[in-house]
Design a protein around this ligand. Structure first.
Ligand code: C2O
Ligand code: CU
Ligand code: CU
Length: 502
């Protein structure tokens, strides 16, 4: 039987039979609930998702205060703890928060800074870590699952931000077996490294839009992951921007704004368009492109970021919205992808002060030379009926993650070609820790295509049936992770370890 058919049939069996479900055997699924939320599409059950207030003025993310006295040092504290949020007007939602808020405070630093952040894990009964997603930090400061911070404990993360590292990074927990849950409960924030000489006109501002998604039960609580969530990754009922549903932004006609968009959802693919405004891509995960590129739409898979300049040249309403995207959904309950209004701009008909133009060149990006090593990672999904029950796996080269196993031994400074082969039925966004890479090409059904522009990336979507080739180099020795950034897939095994030797 065709693999997809087999998976669909197996899944149908699972979903139809509470008995099979009860027998289902999966690692790290200690809290699997019954079938009551199976298709989290509450609409199908007669009650829509809990209504959230909309159209409030967009709030900027609060900054993490720098406690250092002089320049060149960023010193602060991040405490992870239980907190309460008010998403819906009349009910409380228990969440996990950094310094009491979700998304966590915005960290703003400059290239060349030294960073010292004291992390206090006050999550009851759970280890955690802080991982600095995309950043060139030493391996022992990168919040690997092998370096947990126990509940009640503190640790200092310290690193230097090299020259040239300006970019839109983020931070989130990475404890073994608990990353997906700690993130969807609220632990994630943006980490900006600003350039000393930034070519983007200051008049455009610099606004971070941190996209998360949310599912609330009728009582305001966040339901636990269901079977469908474990399979596809958790997709909520609402997409929020800086914690708000469809907030509003007032701009004068002719305004240009610099916007940094983060896909900080566990598993939602965001194909974005800006109705009535013009988008120009100026940067990616690891900072600015060489030159601006005008675009009509952007696919932002989980964990990816994009930096845009948006020109509001038409009076009226401009809406950041989603388009349809088929990422290979398994089973029932496929969420609606298109037509979500994420942010609404009210463009006045009085003309803004004339804005300086965007420069034609942003910065040089040196292309990697010829790789001296090549690697091949094959992503598969398996689902098999075993005498003990149904077993589902998300595998790389046929293996599920094992913290005690080294999958790849590499040498610091070597230029490597990584070929990521997706033989599965779902898209999987591939992420590598500790460095940035350059996408070389994509291949699907024998057709090879080159990326439209050169960019520094740490996460790239590998569509089902697709092969992605990228070139990368680890500059520092130590243990690094690579994984699918659908966090439920990472948790179910789609992760590996690279040991970078000096
Ligand atoms: Cu956002 Cu292992 O990473
Ligand atoms: Cu990462
Ligand atoms: Cu995946």
């Amino acid at each position: 039987m065709h693999r997809r058919g087999f998976l669909a049939a197996s899944l149908a069996t699972v979903l139809a039979s509470p008995r099979a479900l009860a027998q289902m055997k999966m690692d790290d699924m200690s809290n699997m609930p019954g079938m009551d939320h199976a298709g989290h599409d509450m609409g199908a059950m007669g009650q829509g998702p809990v209504a959230l207030p909309q159209n409030q003025p967009l709030r900027e993310l609060p900054l993490l205060a720098n406690e250092a006295a002089g320049p060149g040092l960023f010193k602060a504290r991040l405490t992870a703890e239980s907190a309460t949020a008010r998403f819906a007007a009349d009910r409380d939602t228990p969440i996990l928060a950094y310094n009491g808020i979700s998304p966590g405070p915005l960290i703003e630093t400059q290239e060349g800074d030294r960073v010292e952040i004291t992390f206090s894990n006050r999550i009851e009964g759970e280890p955690s870590t802080i991982h600095w997603h995309g950043m060139p930090v030493p391996a022992d400061q990168d919040g690997n699952p092998m370096d947990p911070v126990a509940a009640g404990a503190d640790r200092v993360y310290a690193f230097e931000l090299p020259e040239g590292s300006a970019g839109s990074y983020w931070y989130h927990p990475h404890p073994h077996g608990r990353t997906a849950e700690q993130v969807y409960r609220g632990l994630a924030g943006a980490f900006l490294v600003k350039a000393k000489a930034d070519p983007i006109p200051a008049a455009y501002g610099d606004t971070t839009l941190f996209l998360t998604d949310l599912r609330l039960a009728a009582d305001g609580s966040m339901p636990e992951n269901t079977m469908t969530d474990m399979m596809n990754g958790r997709v909520g009922d609402q997409v929020l921007v800086n914690g708000q549903k469809n907030p509003r932004l007032a701009v004068a006609m002719g305004t240009k704004r610099r916007l940094r968009l983060y896909n900080a959802t566990n598993a939602r693919f965001l194909r974005l368009a800006f109705v009535n405004a013009a988008m120009t891509v100026i940067g990616s995960d690891g900072g600015l492109l060489e030159a601006p590129v005008a675009t009509d739409e952007i696919l932002l898979s989980p964990a990816e970021r994009v930096e845009l300049v948006v020109a509001f040249d038409k009076p009226g309403t401009a809406i950041l919205t989603t388009l349809d995207y088929d990422r290979g959904w398994m089973g029932p309950g496929r969420p609606e992808d298109k037509g979500l209004a994420l942010l609404t701009a009210d463009v006045s008909d009085t003309q803004a002060e004339p804005m300086p133009p965007l420069p034609e060149r942003l910065r040089p990006i040196a292309r990697f030379g010829q790789p001296t090593v090549s690697r091949r990672l094959v992503f598969t999904e398996t689902m098999a009926m075993k005498p003990t029950g149904m077993e589902m796996g998300f595998l790389i080269n046929g293996m599920a993650f094992d913290m005690g196993r080294v999958d790849i031994v590499a040498r610091a400074g070597d230029t490597e070609l990584w070929e990521i082969v997706n033989q599965a039925d779902m898209d999987h966004p591939f992420h590598l820790h500790g460095t940035q890479f350059q996408l070389i090409e994509r291949e699907r059904d024998g057709k090879v295509s080159k990326p439209p522009y050169l960019a520094w990336k740490d996460t790239v979507n590998v569509a089902r049936g697709e092969t992605v080739r990228l070139v990368t180099r680890q500059e520092r020795p130590g243990t690094r992770m690579y994984h699918c950034h659908i966090l439920e897939h990472e948790q179910l095994g789609m992760m590996g370890v690279v040991d970078v030797q000096a």
